[in-house]
Structures are given as C-alpha cells and as structure tokens.
Design a protein around this ligand. Structure first.
Ligand code: C2E
Ligand code: MG
Ligand code: MG
Ligand code: MG
Length: 277
C-alpha cells in the first residue's frame, strides 16, 4: 500500500496492483490449471537454430504457448512467473517434455538434420530432488533417445539451486542429454558454473549480441574463452544481417533469431525439417 497526499490535501491510495492486474493474474492461473487438465491447450513452438557458417538447420528450441478458450493465445512472459509462484510449472515442464519427445519421434533419427531439440527448465523444477529421474523417466516412456533432447538453464537458476542443478546435470549428461547455459551475460554471469558444470552449449543473450555491435572485438574474446572451455557458443536474438556477420566474425558456431526465423508452429517446423534433410 502506498499513500500520497496531493497539494489540495486529497489523498491517493495505491495498492501494489490494480484490480484489473489482479483479475488478469487470477484468470491466467485458471488458464494454467485448465491447460494442465486439457493438455491440447499447451502448444509447443519451435525456433530453428542454424549453423552460423553454412546456414544449415542444426537444432531448435521448444518454447511454450498456451491457447486458452477465454484469454486467447498466451506467451510465456505472461505466465511462467505465475506458474512458478503457484507450483504449476513442474507439471508444465513434464507436459512440454512429453510433447517434445512425441515430436522428435516423428522424425527418424537417420533423416534428421537436428543434433537435438532443447527446452527450458525453471528454478522451481529444481525444488524437486527427483527432477532428474522424473525427466529421464518421461524420455524413456516416450521411447526417445536421450541424446536427441537438451535442456536450457539460465544462470539465475544455477545460482539459486546450485547443488541440485549440478547433480541433475551430471546425472543426465551421462545419458548424453545436452545442456545449455541460457541467457548468458544478463547479469548473473557465474564463472564457477561455467568451469564446474558440464554444459555443452552457452547461449549468449540477445542483449549481449546487441551491445556487442559497438565492440565486436569483445565478442571475439568472449567466444574464444568459451570455446577454450570446450563450449559450443550460440548467439540468441540475431535480428539483422549486420549482427549475423559480426557473430560469424567472432567465430560463434550457432545462431538463433528473427533474422532466420521466429518460433514456428509444430507443423510448419516439421515441414522445414523435412525440406532441410
Ligand atoms: P529464452 O529461453 O531465452 O527463449 C528465447 C526467447 O527469445 C523466446 O521468447 C524467443 O521467441 C525470443 N526470440 C528469439 N529470437 C529473437 C530475436 O531475434 N529477437 C527478439 N527480440 N527475441 C527473440 P518466448 O518464446 O516469448 O520465451 C520467453 C522466455 O520464456 C524464454 O526465454 C524462457 O525463459 C521462457 N520459456 C519459454 N518456454 C518455456 C518453457 O517451456 N518452460 C520454461 N520454464 N520457460 C519457458
Ligand atoms: Mg531458452
Ligand atoms: Mg535465452
Ligand atoms: Mg530469456
């Protein structure tokens, strides 16, 4: 609650959130609950990831959307935090993983140009001590080779749940599941995590890519450092030709961004894979 007195001595009282915001939140939480019951309301979009040099399709990131009867199409920025706060995220993660597995199964491995498809995990997923086993069980039940799946974890998640993240990564890496450090450079950059944990990929956040336009030599140094640590570097948020050529000059291996493609509906992405093979 915040109270402000105006010059005319009238009082204005602000509550932290307006009724409209509050109502919207409540509606989103209902939509989340619905979508967990009726999982066809959970849509997986796939954003292609390309080889920076050859411009060939090499991978993709699975991104959640919710198509609600009343609220329409919802993007993660509107509901992930709420899903975390209400404890619903773990169920969303499991539904997403099963859907991604079913998608991958439709693409015969020998015909696939994809190293793997990655999906995002949240800090709340690591509240469960058995998260590693839960994820592996789903992959096994769906009958997908673990190496065809990857997980992206942001630096802030690593910082919040270092021990569990570290255990899960070690356990799942043994099965050849790929891990990416997501949104690298957004303010939590943790060298210990980079040195200690078995990440295969580091995804440079779009803000890093955009900022580096003014100092491309820094991007080169950063990329060289990461590569010397054995990481494959992915540039996120590449939107322009200029950014692509900078990313290429820096020696970055993989690129994701609107310059190549937005996140695509499942069917559209499937067609793209079939063309690419
Ligand atoms: P993220 O994991 O860093 O995913 C990349 C986000 O950047 C996506 O937004 C993507 O659409 C957007 N993007 C891609 N290329 C460009 C570009 O060139 N320019 C700009 N400006 N943006 C670009 P999206 O799909 O809205 O997802 C936002 C965030 O929500 C994700 O960031 C991730 O942290 C979270 N998220 C998405 N799906 C899931 C999920 O299934 N589970 C969890 N826990 N989090 C998810
Ligand atoms: Mg991600
Ligand atoms: Mg990211
Ligand atoms: Mg992000």
């Amino acid at each position: 609650l915040e109270i402000k007195m105006l010059r005319n001595k009238s009082l204005i009282i602000y509550t932290r959130e307006s009724t409209v915001d509050h109502e919207r939140k409540m509606n989103i939480i209902s939509a989340l609950r619905e979508s967990i019951k009726f999982t066809e309301q959970i849509l997986v979009y796939y954003q292609p990831i390309y080889d920076a040099k050859t411009e060939q399709l090499v991978s993709a990131e699975a991104l959640i959307r919710i198509d609600d009867l009343h609220l329409g199409f919802l993007k993660p920025d509107e509901f992930i935090t709420l899903a975390e706060q209400t404890g619903l995220i773990m169920q969303l993660t499991q539904i997403m993983l099963a859907k991604v597995c079913r998608f991958i199964k439709q693409i015969p491995e020998e015909n696939s140009p994809l190293s793997h498809i990655a999906m995002n995990l949240s800090s709340e997923d690591f509240e469960s001590k058995v998260i590693g086993k839960t994820l592996l069980d789903i992959i096994e039940q769906e009958g997908v080779k673990p190496k065809r799946i990857g997980f992206e974890i942001t630096e802030s998640v690593v910082l919040q749940s270092y021990e569990t993240v570290s255990e899960v990564m070690v356990e799942l890496s043994l099965k050849k599941i790929a891990f990416a450090l997501d949104d690298f450079g957004t303010g939590y950059s943790n060298l210990r995590a980079l040195i200690d944990l078995p990440y295969d990929y580091v995804k440079l956040d779009k803000s890093v890519i955009h900022a580096a336009m003014a100092k491309p030599s820094m991007l080169l140094l950063l990329t060289e450092m990461l590569q010397k640590m054995g990481k494959c570097v992915i540039a996120e948020g590449v939107e322009t030709k200029e950014q692509l050529s900078m990313v290429r000059s820096a020696g970055i291996e993989r690129v994701q961004g609107y310059y190549f493609s937005k996140p695509l509906e499942e069917e559209v992405f499937r067609d793209l894979i079939l063309q690419a093979k």
